[in-house]
Design a binder for this molecule. Structure first.
Ligand SMILES: [Ca+2]
Ligand SMILES: [Ca+2]
Ligand SMILES: [Ca+2]
Ligand SMILES: [Ca+2]
Length: 271
């Protein structure tokens, strides 16, 4: 009997998550400015469960850096299965919201068209994910289309980087473009925007040196920001070519270069 009990506990533990960690749920799509219907009806955002277990989001908090804060009150569990999506919005009536099937609605979640934040916290106040979109130049700034995270960038740190987002391209409901509740159309590789800055190269990469060379066709002064895999910015400098990385520990980083108002990202491996 004891054996069976432990077996059942093991199965339960494998399928239910008792304690959440940052990145377990990530924000994958944002419709901040619908066209087919008003913002008050048609705004939505989508989240994705990156873990192998079911996560109950009831009691979690959706907020921004401003006045928006909403505690999810579903009258029961708000479960999201492994590898599944949930869609949050303002108005759950499909005839009014542009044709989105919402999993949860609250009129107190507002998505400003310019820059805004979506922050997900557990009921205990642990931040699980956030996206600070800037309304351009780094993030797309569409109207009548959602912003979709690349499926190659489904992590809580990669979704902080604007170039990993693209405008929705599939029509849903009343004709706006997006994929609420379904896998995103955007599957651009990480750093695809690197092609926009001509000749953008990092060498050596992987690197075990104290310095790397960041070169472009123009080779004018550029702003370089380096983010670790938790999305924390660890370097922010103006350089021409040579970047001192002696303060970086072994690991994978995302290097964001802005030159002549164009931004691009590449992965950097530090050995
Ligand atoms: Ca809006
Ligand atoms: Ca807001
Ligand atoms: Ca994030
Ligand atoms: Ca989607």
């Amino acid at each position: 009997m004891k054996k069976i009990y432990f077996f059942l506990v093991a199965i339960f533990a494998a399928t239910m998550s008792f304690g959440q960690s940052p990145g377990d749920i990530i924000i994958t799509e944002i419709m901040q400015n619908p066209s087919a219907v008003t913002d008050a009806n048609g705004e939505y955002f989508e989240v994705y469960n990156t873990t192998a277990g079911i996560i109950d989001m009831n009691g979690w908090i959706i907020k921004d850096n401003g006045a928006n804060s909403h505690t999810i009150t579903n009258g029961g569990p708000l479960n999201i299965a492994s590898g599944a999506y949930l869609v949050f919005g303002k108005n759950s009536t499909i005839a009014e919201n542009g044709g989105v099937i919402l999993d949860y609605a609250s009129s107190s979640i507002s998505l400003t068209n310019a820059d805004d934040e979506i922050i997900l916290e557990t009921g205990g106040g642990l931040e699980i994910d956030r996206v600070d979109y800037d309304g351009g130049p780094n993030f797309p700034d569409p109207s009548g289309k959602s912003m979709e995270l690349s499926t190659m960038a489904y992590t809580s740190s990669a979704n902080d980087i604007g170039s990993n987002w693209a405008e929705g391209s599939s029509a849903y409901g009343d004709g706006d473009l997006g994929t609420p509740g379904a896998v995103n159309d955007n599957s651009a590789p990480l750093g695809i925007a690197g092609h926009k800055i001509k000749g953008f190269k990092i060498s050596p990469n992987p690197s075990s040196d104290n310095f790397i060379n960041i070169t472009t066709a123009n080779n004018t002064t550029k702003n370089v920001q380096v983010f670790d895999m938790l999305g924390k910015r660890v370097i922010n400098q103006e350089i021409n070519t040579i970047l001192n990385i002696s303060n970086l520990t072994t690991g994978i980083y995302v290097v964001k270069v802005t030159e002549n108002s164009i931004s691009a990202t590449k992965r950097l491996v530090v050995k």
